[in-house]
Ligand binder design. Structure first.
Ligand code: NAG
Length: 336
């Protein structure tokens, strides 16, 4: 019986992990993921649209410290086109401090759009998507033996999300990846990249971030991810973005299918809370509160103005009255 149950579970995991073909658009697209991967239809999915007016400032959130990112060791790192994204393997010498447990790095990958179209990031901030997004995937190595085991457990994974926008200059850190894409044009191809400072892929300021419980953004969509999305963005040049948008193919051979628009739409927040490590002006007041505050101040000012006017008028009347009486008295004085 136990063997049978284990067997069934094994088959289920296999089916959930590798089996069913999925894409972003079309008959196997994201609207149909839940049919083959039931977790994709659950209530705590990623990505989300982060409404900064509705986040909860948490002064107890610890600063996130990426360790070992500057020097990921001497060797080379595998860079792989898996048909869904470009993925760089990372050694466990890279890990995160500042979370409830120690999470060690496993891989990083990117999501992007299509040349000439806006958007490409998975997370949005106040409804705004940017050109691309970096995910650095870590797992709780204290509690679990492998990434695939941790990926199915609550908070088994910790993923860093970096929004990437287009700036003026080439970003040399991203160039370590982007300059090699032509070597892994087709799905299944691999190359190796000499190690580089992975910290430089992240924004310079790490202390402003959002934290929430979510999921993998691709099937099987396990709800096992403790997300950290940085408020500050990384920047790459337009040339670099176009390299990302135009080089890779999602198929193994010709005819090649361009690997583009590999981002999932924002998922409902439902009952979840998004924590913020910092205070934004917008998170003090909602638009409605701002409006009523504005009207209140305006009415207050008008009342004050009216009061000052009335007092001033009264005083002027009194002064005029005094002058009249002075004239009258002096008139009386000069008369006799
Ligand atoms: C995530 O879920 C865990 C377990 O339910 C909870 O203790 C924790 O506060 C949640 N974290 C956030 C950021 O909501």
């Amino acid at each position: 019986m136990l063997v049978f149950t284990l067997l069934l579970e094994g088959i289920w995991i296999l089916a959930a992990d590798g089996g069913q073909h999925w894409t972003y658009e079309g008959p196997h697209g994201q609207d149909h993921w839940a049919a083959s991967y039931p977790e994709c239809g659950r209530q705590a999915q990623s990505p989300i649209n982060i409404q900064t007016g509705s986040v909860t400032f948490d002064p107890d959130l610890a600063m996130l410290q990426p360790r070992g990112y500057e020097q990921p060791g001497a060797g080379a790192l595998d860079l792989h086109n898996n048909g869904h994204t470009v993925q760089l393997s990372l050694p466990p010498a890279l890990y995160l401090e500042g979370l409830p447990r120690k999470y060690v790095a496993a891989q990083l990958h990117l999501h992007w759009g299509q040349k000439g179209f806006p958007g490409g990031s998975e997370h949005q901030i106040n409804g705004e998507a940017v050109a691309a997004e970096l995910h650095v995937v870590h797992y709780d190595a204290d509690s679990y033996d492998s990434l695939s085991e941790a990926a199915q457990r609550p908070q088994g994974l910790a993923v860093l999300g970096v929004l990437i926008e287009v700036g003026q200059a080439d970003n040399p850190a991203y160039e370590h990846i982007l300059s090699r894409l032509h070597e892994i044009r087709h799905k299944g191809q691999k190359t190796s990249v000499p190690t580089f400072n992975v910290r430089e892929l992240l924004p310079t300021q790490l202390w402003q971030f959002f934290r929430y419980n979510g999921s993998l953004t691709t099937p099987p969509c396990y709800q096992s991810v403790l997300w950290t999305v940085f408020n500050r963005r990384a920047q790459i040049s337009m040339e670099q973005l176009e390299k990302l948008q135009e080089t890779l193919s999602s198929t193994e051979e010709e005819p090649s299918e361009p690997l583009v628009q590999n981002y999932r739409a924002p998922q409902p927040l439902n009952q979840r809370t998004v924590l913020a490590s910092f205070i934004q002006e917008a998170s003090f007041y909602t638009t409605g509160e701002m409006l009523s505050l504005g009207v209140g101040v305006l009415v207050g000012c008008l009342c004050l103005l009216l009061a000052v006017y009335l007092i001033a008028r009264k005083m002027r009347r009194k002064r005029l009255g005094n002058r009249k009486s002075v004239v009258f008295t002096s008139g009386r004085v000069t008369e006799p």
